[in-house]
Design a protein around this ligand. Structure first.
Ligand code: C2E
Ligand code: CA
Ligand code: CA
Ligand code: CA
Length: 279
């Protein structure tokens, strides 16, 4: 009746207010965090499956809010995208990664390649090649030490524009990885249309090895396709020895996951790097 309608409207209004307040406070927290260095990078090494050595490292952002503690990127990245702040965060990450690379190299650490994640929105709303070029210049980093990870959703809106952007990035010497492969819905033809170097098989496929019916065949087909296209292929989310063995048998180049190493803060990561380097 009318009464019920009014009550549920009041309720709706109250939750709307709570939601927009929450968003507002998140928005100001986020902006504060960007200005006050509350973000930091963690590093997860990738293992070369032929040598057992460190192939490259992925930078993963962390947010340590003084009041809320550690907030996972799975929580705040979608929010940053929604609030239109993701380009700012990506720029911070790109600059921080280049700064870190220059510090490591100055200290004699021969880190082969550092990968950063860039949101799909960045490709259409930002000037990614310029941001990368300026960061490389500022920290005197050769582009070949940097890798940009993008997901399929970066290409679907405008393939032509994406191609131009990726070509500009390639001209800087940067390598391009296609992240979370197998989770999107677009045609595979863009794999040959875009200058992609690395294909990262999404962790959801690896998690189902070896149990789920047909899954091993899918992974094996993806690895074969990637190799036929001359792409470097990485398996994400490798947690078990038998998954690693299976991937190794397929000739998958690289493995990433908790089995080799979880994401680590800077100092811890350097300890891991030094330990693996000498073995
Ligand atoms: P992603 O790029 O696919 O990164 C891999 C995620 O899987 C990371 O989660 C990593 O900690 C986690 N992971 C690694 N190995 C394993 C494993 O063996 N098992 C399991 N269960 N998980 C594993 P994280 O750090 O929470 O990041 C989540 C996502 O947030 C990333 O997924 C990426 O899409 C996004 N993200 C992280 N950092 C950045 C960033 O700096 N910029 C942007 N735009 N996005 C980022
Ligand atoms: Ca990634
Ligand atoms: Ca991924
Ligand atoms: Ca992802």
């Amino acid at each position: 009746s009318k009464e019920v309608g009014r009550n549920s409207f009041q309720l709706y209004k109250a939750s709307m207010n709570a939601r927009s307040l929450e968003r507002l406070s998140m928005l100001s927290r986020f902006q504060h965090a960007l200005e006050h260095d509350e973000f930091e990078l963690y590093f997860q090494p990738l293992e070369c499956l032929t040598s057992g050595r460190i192939m490259s490292v992925e930078a993963l952002v962390r947010w340590r809010d003084p009041a809320l503690g550690m907030i996972s990127p799975a929580q705040f990245i979608p929010l940053a995208e929604e609030l239109g702040l993701i380009v700012k965060l990506d720029c911070w990450v790109i600059n921080k990664a280049c700064e870190q690379l220059s510090i490591w190299r100055a200290a004699g650490h021969d880190i082969r390649r550092l990968a950063v994640n860039v949101s799909a929105q960045h490709l259409s709303h930002g000037n990614l090649p310029q941001t990368v070029a300026l960061a490389l210049e500022r920290y005197q980093i050769d582009g070949r030490y940097l890798e940009i990870e993008l997901t399929e959703s970066s290409f679907v809106t405008n393939l032509h524009e994406a191609k131009i952007t990726l070509k500009k990035l390639k001209a800087l010497g940067v390598s391009i990885a296609l992240d979370d492969f197998g989770t999107g819905y677009s045609a595979l033809s863009y794999l040959t249309k875009l200058p992609i170097d690395i294909l990262k098989i999404d962790a959801s496929f690896i998690a189902k090895i070896p149990d789920e019916y047909g899954n091993s065949e899918i992974v094996s087909a993806i690895v074969a396709m990637a190799k036929a296209l001359n792409l470097h292929v990485v398996a994400e989310g490798v947690e078990k020895t038998e998954q690693r063995q299976f991937l190794q048998k397929l000739g998958c180049h690289t493995s990433q996951g908790y089995l080799f190493c979880k994401p680590l803060a800077g100092q811890e990561w350097l300890r891991f790097y030094n330990a693996v380097k000498v073995t």
